[in-house]
Ligand binder design. Structure first.
Ligand code: F0G
Length: 457
């Protein structure tokens, strides 16, 4: 009781108005959108939780860094500022800027992945999987089984099952270009990986002489959970923990739109000069010259500043406490949420919310539509739509968990906004038994979730 309540370690200097709509307007808007939340105009959304990617609020220091951006095509000062920050926080010598995370994947995988390859990891993110499958290679998910039970409490549900990883490597040894660990694990529910597990993965990679990469979009949030949950790290700074994590990796792909709090940007960082040279060819082809890679100089300047700010404990504590606040409030109201709560998002368990709708009729998508209609809150489906069809058989492949993700943008909303979300979900919960499933009307051959349209059953 004596503990001082937490508060955001910043105050608000600029605001952006958001519009309220009526329920009737929202029913019409979502119908026009083909029941795909991606097709809505953001103007028609009150609280936008479709992603925490590129939606954060930059600080005054980031905005002033933008004014100092060097827009030189080659050798930009802002590139070197970014490179030096990456070296000091993450420890890598070689850096290639890219316009966002999936671009980093595209460049790195162009250099490393070929047809028939197997890429083991912990629940690969959909763009990672997309870029691997696009090259006719296969992802093998070695996440621990505990991760797939949304009610089971485990401090590190992003962990890899080391035995499964080793078996996979033994089986496909000659076809494995690298192992990839996603920190935190987004598709697994924003769940962290422990340092102990990362070290064990490294040891297996060493045993079989395989490179290890981190998909690092939310690496700082992962470090926060290590500090809070793993024995021996409570007194370490976030930057110390980050250093201990990344010393284990040969390289990383980064979507800076998350844990560097910029609206656009990404990079690949690595230790090997040889790999850097291979990737450089593809970076120049797909992204841009080596010292800008699809970003403006000012974006690289803001990225460097954001990386530094986002690896400080007080900021992370406020950010993750807000996500936790939402999770606790939903739980209090009896809404089935995935636990432990994620770092960047709360995941609603659609299988428990709408048990009468089979996965092939997209219950998490139904939930997303209804929450929007009720309260103007936009989440995103992390379920059967996102999982997409099997690339070979073209059959649906419902995943083990069917979730509606409510991703919280960084430094953007207050806890009053969180209360609107709780209110909306309570309303949907009250009429859950009346809700029906969906059928696909249109789908693209790959990454269908962005553009698919649906019919209500
Ligand atoms: N890896 C992870 C773990 C991600 O969450 C994302 C993006 C990417 C890679 C790709 O990065 O968007 O910059 O190209 N996640 C966003 C999300 C889209 O909403 O979770 P990107």
């Amino acid at each position: 009781m004596d503990k001082m309540p937490y508060a955001e370690p910043y105050k608000i200097k600029m605001v952006e108005a958001i519009k309220s709509t009526s329920k009737e307007e929202r029913i019409e808007a979502i119908k026009q959108a083909g029941y795909n939340l991606f097709n809505l105009r953001s103007e028609d959304v009150l609280v936008d939780l479709i992603t925490d990617s590129g939606t954060g609020a930059m600080s005054d220091k980031q905005w002033s860094a933008m004014m100092l951006g060097d827009e030189a095509y080659a050798g930009s000062r802002s590139f070197f500022k970014m490179k030096d920050t990456i070296k000091s926080i993450l420890g890598f010598d070689f850096v290639l800027p890219t316009h966002q995370g999936r671009a980093a994947e595209n460049v790195l995988f162009s250099a490393l992945v070929k047809e028939g390859d197997i890429v083991p990891g912990n629940s690969h993110f959909d763009t990672t999987k997309g870029h691997i499958e696009f090259r006719k290679a296969t992802c093998i998910d070695c996440t621990i089984d505990e991760a797939f039970d949304p009610t089971l409490i485990h401090p590190f549900k992003g962990n890899a099952n080391i035995e499964k990883l080793e078996e996979t490597i033994k089986k496909y040894k000659n076809n494995i270009p690298f192992v990839i660990m996603t920190v935190t694990c987004n598709n697994g529910g924003g769940q962290p990986v422990s340092l102990k597990n990362l070290k064990a993965v490294r040891a297996v990679c060493d045993k079989y002489d395989l490179p290890l990469f981190f998909d690092s979009a939310r690496f700082a949030e992962n470090a926060y959970f290590i500090k809070k949950r793993e024995e021996g790290y409570a007194d370490k700074t976030i930057k110390e923990i980050v250093a201990e994590m990344f010393v284990l990796a040969d390289g990383m792909t980064m979507s800076s739109k998350k844990d560097a709090i910029v609206n656009i940007g990404g990079f690949i960082a690595m230790r090997s000069e040889d790999l850097y040279k291979k990737c450089s060819v593809f970076n120049i082809m797909f992204e841009g010259y080596l010292t800008y890679g699809g970003m403006a100089g000012r974006d690289m300047a803001a990225l460097a500043q954001g990386l530094d700010e986002n690896t400080e404990f007080p900021y992370l504590d406020a950010r993750i406490s807000q996500v936790e606040y939402l999770g606790k409030r939903l739980k209090e109201e009896g809404i089935p949420v995935m636990e432990p709560f994620g770092g960047h998002a709360i995941y609603i368990d659609a299988l428990r919310f709408l048990p009468h709708i089979p996965q092939v009729h997209f219950p998490a998508q139904v939930l997303g539509i209804e929450l929007y209609i009720e309260a103007g809150v936009r989440g995103v489906e992390i379920g059967t739509v996102l999982a997409d069809r099997d690339p070979v058989t073209r059959e649906e492949r419902p995943p083990k968990t069917e979730l509606l993700r409510l991703a919280i943008p960084r430094r953007v909303y207050t806890n009053n906004h969180m209360e609107v979300i709780v209110w909306g979900l309570k309303k949907v919960w009250e009429r859950r038994k009346e809700l029906k499933g969906l059928e696909l009307d249109y789908e693209a051959p790959i990454m269908r979730h962005f553009t698919a349209t649906f019919k209500r059953k």
